[in-house]
Design a protein around this ligand. Structure first.
Ligand SMILES: C=C(O[C@@H]1C=C(C(=O)O)C=C[C@H]1O)C(=O)O
Length: 186
């Protein structure tokens, strides 16, 4: 009888543990989503700077430099390199959606040049660069094949709660898609 009770307790314990490891751990997910939000929050500064200098929103050369750096860092940190590249490409896309929305809005408002705007190379890009290693550290904590339908839905809800409402659903969906893909199946 005692042995049976013991087995039952072990069973319950194992069930709890396996349920808890399903999907992304709560606190780590929150840190990652906050970092994603922080990176997105730089996009309006980029947009303002490019509006004043008339620089194109898309800068594929800059993206390649970041992605190559990301891949090298991912390798050193033992983070899946394809996942890391996909993740950062999605962050660029999300940021560019925000930039395009703002430029369209400013065009519609006949906005002239802003009196002041941040310097892209010296003030804005360093903020983005400082977030790269922090984001990679969080990506390392995500386990492939660990998300079921429930945890993926929860990720959508949490992302919408944590990421600033000034960024629309298209932006949020874009930036979290690689996490879902990696967590779902690998
Ligand atoms: C942010 C910029 O705009 C775009 C988005 C990038 C990014 O999110 O890191 C990089 C290059 C550009 O395609 C930029 O030019 O720095």
């Amino acid at each position: 009888m005692k042995k049976l009770l013991h087995l039952l307790l072990v069973g319950i314990f194992l069930t709890i543990i396996s349920c808890k490891s399903q999907g992304l751990p709560e606190s780590e997910k929150e840190i990652l989503l906050k970092l994603i939000d922080k990176r997105l929050s730089v996009a309006p500064l980029v947009a303002k700077s490019k509006w004043n200098t008339k620089a194109p929103i898309d800068d594929p050369a800059r993206e390649k430099v970041i992605l190559d750096g990301v891949q090298a860092k991912a390798k050193k940190m033992v983070v899946d390199e394809n996942f890391a590249r996909d993740f950062f490409q999605a962050q660029f896309e999300g940021g560019k959606i925000v930039q395009r929305q703002l430029h369209n809005q400013w065009k519609g408002e006949n906005q002239g040049l802003f009196d002041t705007s941040p310097d892209l190379a010296h003030e804005v890009r360093p903020i983005l660069d400082s977030l790269t290693p922090q984001l990679l550290m969080e990506l390392k904590k995500i386990k492939p094949n660990s998300c079921d339908t429930h945890s993926l839905k929860k990720l959508n809800r949490d992302a919408r709660k944590i990421i600033n409402p000034i960024f629309n659903d298209q932006v949020v969906e874009t930036v979290i898609k690689p996490i879902k893909n990696y967590c779902k199946s690998h």
